[in-house]
Design a protein around this ligand. Structure first.
Ligand code: FAD
Ligand code: NAP
Length: 547
């Protein structure tokens, strides 16, 4: 065996969020493989490390938005609220890191800057910004879907004399808005969580909104101990029910059609779901709202009416009431006191749909010829979602082919997990999997389990390389697009479609047949001996691995 063919490690994992932490634990502790994990941040947490803006919290109940892989872990952890806030979710992930002693195998403050496949040696050469090169048999990306903040279209940020904050990269020690003149640009899920809390402290808050959202009540509160006991007494069954639901939560009240019931009954259903909070209204009311425009109109009009009831000034209410796109075709934000924030004298809403933000000046935000002065500007402008974190790693597969070139017309994956010409590279919750329309910790566990079981299978067969066949990938992309075209999602400009980033190819990033259908498809592939994948020996098989 020549030394050049010897990997430094079995697996490189990127990221120390939900995905990276579970992948490291599974590979190292359950499979006894050697693993190097790199994380750009200073500690574990991923999303919940970076997004420390006021009001940041999950939109899926914490008893469900949490790991299921370890019964002791899920029994011992106590959530204090129904929907935990960012500090509590971060504490949970820190607890997971401590409990499984994960930090010792994570290199923090280190960014992976290139990932190149070496065809001769069937290894990945992974380079970090500290100059280290690690040669690895497998590469698992837990780099996240929402971890690269969008670069805004407007310029001049460097000229601003005040403070610029980004929701997706918030100061570790927080920020005190007391008596400040604050400008928030963006009214998506992050802005909608932050605005009411910033409004409580700021001397004045100006919100720059391009597209209003269908935000509905979160319904948060202290967690009910009886409900928790009930769930914990049968957690495995609760998780099974969650996994067998479109969104990965154990909802069971959905009705077939908003159009086959009369207006009174529909209103009753919407009211019940509205009052229950969370995604009940979106995912547990009527099955056809994501498919049928007429059905969608009924719920969209309901939400617009509820917004109008809460905003005192009818002109402001109309600006906040979304029109021109279907409910649910952007991820519906969940809110607490969002609309009431606009009833304060100290909050101004500026509609920048027709007259966009032109620039940031030394003193504030310029819209048309007007400059709205501010001491602090908060960019709540979203992320280069799904593909952004992968593109940022300069991934090159066989023949030096860049992932950026392979995906120049939009992402192409098999099962959202692997890519033709990029062998032994696993994407955790990659494009064309249910990912962001599935309770993410469960989606992550499913993907890490698929990747690690594929690796085990390879090793058992005395093989080294797994890669999707082109025809299987083409078929999967076609199926994903076909399913998307049966829904209302492609008609809306959202990050699900890549439409929030100028110049990004428009393509549906999500497998929309739901988590259960997706899991069935993956299970079928495995049952048929990894159908659609080529499983091979390395070109020159002198690899060593601890597995
Ligand atoms: P992340 O948590 O994004 O972690 C990826 C990590 O990889 C990051 O720490 C990043 O620094 C690191 N990284 C990326 N590239 C590199 C590189 N090249 N080198 C080194 N390190 C790198 N989902 C839900 O299901 N429910 C929710 O309620 C919910 N709320 C959310 C709230 C916010 C504010 C945001 C932004 C997202 C939310 N999401 C939610 C989605 C959320 O991203 C996932 O639930 C989950 O946290 C993703 O975990 P992850 O480990 O895959 O990725
Ligand atoms: P987002 O949903 O993409 O919202 C970004 C906002 O910024 C939009 O209102 C967008 O307007 C606006 N914007 C972007 N560029 C602009 C510009 N040049 N001028 C004016 N406005 C501009 O991003 P996000 O709010 O960070 O949320 C992203 C995702 O993260 C969510 O969909 C969700 O999946 C997750 N998240 C979840 C929660 C939660 O409740 N748990 C909280 C935060 C985030 P347009 O719509 O017109 O583009």
């Amino acid at each position: 065996m020549t030394s050049t063919f010897t990997p430094d490690t079995d697996v490189v994992v990127v990221g120390a969020g939900f995905a990276g932490l579970y992948a490291l634990h599974k590979l190292r502790d359950k499979m006894k493989m050697t693993v190097r994990t790199f994380e750009a941040g200073a500690d574990v947490g991923g999303t919940w490390f970076w997004n420390r803006y006021p009001g940041a919290r999950c939109d899926i109940e914490s008893v469900h938005y949490s790991y299921s892989f370890d019964e002791d872990l899920q029994q011992e952890w106590q959530w204090s609220e129904k929907f935990a806030g960012q500090p509590e979710i971060l504490r949970y992930l820190e607890h997971v890191a401590d409990r499984f002693d994960l930090r010792k195998d994570i290199t923090f403050n280190t960014r992976v800057i290139s990932v190149h496949w070496n065809d001769d040696e069937s290894l990945w050469d992974v380079t970090t910004d500290s100059g280290e090169v690690v040669r690895s048999r497998f590469f698992i990306s837990g780099a996240g879907n929402l971890s690269v903040p969008k670069t805004p279209e407007f310029g001049g940020i460097e000229n601003f004399e005040g403070t610029v904050l980004m929701t997706g990269n918030w100061p570790q020690d927080g920020f005190d808005f007391t008596d400040k003149r604050v400008a928030v640009i963006g009214a998506g899920a992050s802005g909608i969580q932050a605005i009411p809390l910033i409004a409580e402290r700021a001397a004045h808050l100006t919100v720059f909104q391009r597209t209003p959202n269908f935000a509905t009540p979160l319904g948060n509160g202290p967690i009910d101990p009886d409900e928790v006991s009930r769930i914990k007494s049968k957690y495995p069954q609760v998780r099974d029910a969650a996994r067998n639901h479109f969104l990965g939560v154990p909802f069971d009240q959905i009705q077939p059609s908003a159009l086959t019931v009369d207006a009174e009954e529909r209103r009753r259903t919407f009211d019940e779901r509205w009052n229950a909070g969370g995604f009940r209204l979106f995912i547990d009311s009527y099955q056809d709202i994501l498919f049928d425009k007429d059905a969608n109109d009924t719920i969209a009009e309901y939400i617009r009416d509820r917004i109008r009831e809460r905003v005192a000034d009818p002109v402001v209410a109309e600006k906040l009431a979304p029109k021109g796109y279907a409910y649910g075709t952007k991820r519906p934000p969940l809110e607490t006191n969002y609309y009431e924030a606009y009833n304060r004298d100290t909050v101004t809403l500026i509609d920048v749909k027709d007259t966009p933000v032109r620039a940031i000046t030394e003193t504030g935000v310029q819209v048309g010829d007007d400059v709205h002065e501010a001491d602090v500007i908060v960019l709540a402008t979203g992320f280069d979602a799904m593909t952004g974190p992968l593109m940022a790693m300069d991934i090159r597969g066989r023949y030096g082919q860049r992932l950026a070139d392979s995906w120049s017309g939009g992402p192409r994956t098999y099962l959202g997990l692997m890519v033709h010409d990029f062998p032994n590279l696993f994407l955790i919750t990659g494009p064309q999997s249910p990912s962001v329309l599935y309770n993410m910790p469960l989606a992550i566990e499913d993907h890490v389990d698929f990747a690690t079981e594929a690796i085990s299978y390879l090793c058992q067969q005395g093989l080294d390389v797994i890669e999707p066949r082109l025809h299987a990938q083409d078929q999967w992309v076609a199926t994903t697009n076909d399913i998307a075209s049966q829904t209302l999602l492609p008609q809306t400009n959202s990050w699900y479609m890549g439409a929030n980033i100028p110049g990004k190819p428009r393509a549906c990033m999500v497998y929309l047949a739901g988590a259960p259908a997706y899991r069935e498809a993956c299970e079928d592939v495995v049952a048929r001996g990894y159908a659609g994948f080529a499983l091979e020996r390395a070109n020159n098989r002198a690899l060593t691995a601890s597995s």
